[in-house]
Design a protein around this ligand. Structure first.
Ligand code: OGA
Ligand code: NI
Length: 349
């Protein structure tokens, strides 16, 4: 049976035309993806008493996951299941609106706060290949500043999103403090270093079913830019893959879990102890997939560099200090390529 292709916001039908097909050596090569290993699953209800006698069992698990994988899933995180289902439902409805409705958010301006866009990569001799997905991005806090810019269709979007954002704000505070303690620092340290007025942005990614997932990619291999990311994904459809020891492994959606990953600024602040790891999303042959990422990013004026308490003679700084604005300039310079942003701030040894 022929599927009716999904129409991107700019009305392009998503089909396996050359515009969406990757050069052979950039394809996902799915037979090489490890089915056996996976990222750690951490129960936030685990024993966590900060008695000054060294890290709690929970902090130890988180810090091991941050060192080895840069990724983990959390369960018993305190965000109600119904709320997660509601937010995934309104966002799915948004992507199922007619393209004309979504087109009002199309823009080429990076500085636009609310936008629909399509990832792409540029390859020598081939040009631009568009990814098999659409992304809707907007701020998630403080809600009063931007709610009026969010969709009125579906009608519950604003209300559900505001409620979800409040719950995720609480979770971010908890995660930042657990990760700080995992570095042996006081619990407020990371939050303080990421600074005042962080950029709080969300990205909803919709991956329509694809007739041949071997030829396309939903989101190219990348590292996240900010400090940490909290990702919610629909159950029952895989797509996210992360690099471990040079090989791709699949992150299976776990019921009622969030996927947490460290982003570049945490790697730099931790002086390379905690990892910001490359990841990508592949497409699914039968089912569409939706993921919703919530990001916590320094503002442009914040100065980032390895935290002094983590530096000594044996652990010299691996990165130079920079303002986050410089980091973003480097990021935009690498547009269309597999970005290697943090490498540009490494100190030579
Ligand atoms: C992202 C991301 C992965 C996914 O939004 O940065 O990595 O599974 N998403 O959609
Ligand atoms: Ni990402």
């Amino acid at each position: 049976m022929e599927m009716t292709p999904y129409q991107l916001a700019n009305k392009t039908p998503l089909t396996l035309s050359p515009n969406f097909i990757l050069p052979e050596d950039k394809r996902p090569n799915l037979s090489k993806v490890l089915p056996s290993d996976s990222i750690p699953i951490i129960d936030l209800n685990d024993h966590d008493i900060d008695d000054g006698q060294g890290p709690s069992p929970l902090v130890t698990k988180i810090s091991q996951a941050c060192e080895e994988y840069g990724f983990f899933q959390i369960i018993n995180h305190g965000v109600p299941k119904e709320l997660c289902q509601k937010v995934l439902a309104v966002v799915t409805e948004f992507f199922q609106l007619p393209p004309e409705e979504r087109a009002q958010y199309l823009t080429k301006d990076h500085s636009k706060q609310v936008k629909v866009f399509n990832y792409y990569q540029k390859y020598d001799g081939i040009g631009k290949v568009t990814m098999w997905s659409e992304t809707f991005s907007h701020p998630w806090h403080p809600t009063e500043d931007f709610t009026h810019l969010l969709p009125t269709n579906p009608p519950q979007y604003r209300e559900v999103f505001a409620e979800y954002a409040r719950a995720i704000g609480v979770l971010f505070d908890r995660l930042l403090s657990l990760i700080s303690r995992g570095l042996g620092l006081d619990k407020d340290c990371l939050k303080r270093r990421i600074g005042e007025k962080p950029g709080l942005n969300t990205q909803a990614n919709y991956y329509p079913a694809c007739p041949d997932p071997e030829l396309t990619m939903g989101m190219p291999d990348h590292n996240d830019l900010g400090s940490i990311a909290v990702l919610l994904q629909v159950e029952g459809v895989t797509g996210l893959q992360v690099i471990k020891d040079g090989k791709w492994l699949t992150v299976d959606p776990v019921p009622d879990a969030f996927v947490i990953n460290l982003a570049d600024q945490t790697q730099v602040l931790s002086n390379g102890k905690f990892k910001s790891v490359g990841h990508r999303a592949i497409t699914n042959k039968l089912l569409p997939r939706l993921s919703l990422g919530m990001f916590y990013t320094p503002n442009n004026d914040t100065v980032i560099g390895p935290i002094e308490d983590l530096i000594d003679e044996e652990n010299p700084p691996k990165y130079r200090k920079y303002s986050f604005k410089e980091y973003m300039e480097e990021f935009y310079k690498q547009e269309g390529k597999r970005r290697r942003v943090k490498e540009a701030f490494e100190l030579q040894r």
